[in-house]
Write a protein that binds this ligand. Structure first.
Ligand SMILES: NC(=O)c1ccc[n+]([C@@H]2O[C@H](COP(=O)([O-])OP(=O)(O)OC[C@H]3O[C@@H](n4cnc5c(N)ncnc54)[C@H](OP(=O)(O)O)[C@@H]3O)[C@@H](O)[C@H]2O)c1
Length: 334
């Protein structure tokens, strides 16, 4: 089969190579899927650079989540029409590296494989897993967001940010989105943000204070970090929660704990992947809830473009460069 392989570390466009590789075979508890769609995620960029917490042995195929059709089951994977996985099922979930989603076939662990929601296309379904689960766990389980609270979302037109806007609105929050540029501002508005701030034009701290009558945001969703985090502490509300989601801006900030004490706010970390091993039942419950929301139409992953297999490295590079919106998705039939 054909797959994009990373054999050395660097920028995605420099280190991703489309190669002919052996088909994967499923180990115990695994399955092989024909890839239907697989979005680019920032962790794909960080893994190519060797800067992610997970460092797969080289060479590997990136593509951390996908929608696929089951073609083979490994030992111990239960089968059956009501409970288990069967060949032919349309599924979503995490890829088992080194056989990630940017190839014709991929490996998945049965434990992190879920039925694909019927309401979503392959490209949309492929993007319902990491970004939406992260948003759900962050807003509900970690920040306990309440109806009527104000949610500030950074990188609001991006992958996890677009999911956070939709989930925040569904939770009854007033959502303020911060984006880089007028096109992204349009995207964030269409996604349902009540107020959108272009960070190149306006100081988000000032606008958040104006919009909230000086109170600040109750919950801040921060996938960017660095200066964005530092500035966020200036507009967090009394008893607010700043969610540490990621460091797409490149600098891992340090927290001033005296400031957190003085202003009575919480700094709340989230490593969503850990729930897969430490509390998988919560991930299952979350998938059921996200499927229900997708069916009723209250959430829908934003697929801004689909890529043919040959275009994947270029798409991952644009994500790395911060110029994509929503999800850029490799789709097998595009
Ligand atoms: N904690 C978890 O469990 C978890 C789970 C999934 C993802 N994440 C993290 O969430 C973050 C976002 O992932 P994503 O896939 O959804 O990416 P993304 O948000 O679609 O892309 C990154 C966005 O960050 C902003 N940005 C600001 N400075 C940047 C810079 N120097 N370089 C690149 N982008 C910059 C850009 O938006 P603007 O121009 O609009 O500001 C850009 O579009 C990543 O850090 C990822 O590791 C964490």
């Amino acid at each position: 089969m054909k797959a994009w392989r990373i054999g050395s570390l660097g920028e995605p466009k420099d280190v991703m190579q489309l190669e002919e590789v052996a088909d994967p075979t499923p180990g115990p508890g695994q399955l092989v899927v024909k890839v239907l769609a697989s979005p680019a995620n920032f962790p794909d960029v960080l893994m190519a650079r060797g800067l992610y917490q997970v460092k797969p042995e080289l060479p590997f195929t990136a593509g951390v989540e996908l929608c696929g059709e089951v073609v083979a089951l490994g030992e111990g994977v239960s089968t059956g029409s009501t409970s288990g996985l069967q060949v032919g099922d349309r599924v979503i979930g995490g890829a088992a590296l080194p056989y990630g989603g940017f190839g014709e076939l991929a490996l998945m662990d049965a434990a992190t494989t879920f039925p694909a929601p019927e309401a979503l296309t392959d490209a949309e379904a492929s993007s319902l897993y990491i970004g939406y689960q992260t948003g759900w766990f962050a807003l509900h389980r970690r920040a306990h967001i309440q109806p009527g609270e104000t949610l500030l979302v950074h990188a609001a037109a991006g992958g996890v940010g677009s999911a956070a806007i939709q989930l925040g609105k569904a939770a009854g929050a007033t959502v303020i989105g911060v984006v880089g540029g007028p096109e992204k501002a349009e995207v964030a508005k269409k996604l349902g943000a009540d107020v959108v701030i272009d960070r190149h034009e306006e100081d988000f701290v000032k606008v958040v204070k104006e919009v909230t009558g000086g109170k600040g945001a109750d919950v801040i969703y921060d996938p960017v970090g660095g200066d964005t985090y530092d500035r966020s502490t200036k507009c967090i509300a009394f008893e607010g929660r700043i969610l540490i989601i990621g460091f797409a801006g490149g600098r891992i900030q340090e927290a001033a704990l005296n400031h957190s004490l003085i202003k009575n706010y919480s700094i709340v970390g989230l490593h969503w992947g850990l729930y897969n091993t430490l509390a998988p039942e919560l991930v299952n419950e979350c998938h059921a809830e996200l499927t229900r929301m997708a069916d009723e139409g209250s959430i829908k992953p934003l697929v801004s473009e689909t890529l043919a297999l040959e275009q994947v490295a270029e798409g991952v590079q644009r994500l790395a460069d911060g110029v994509t919106v929503g999800r850029v998705v490799y789709e097998a039939d595009s």
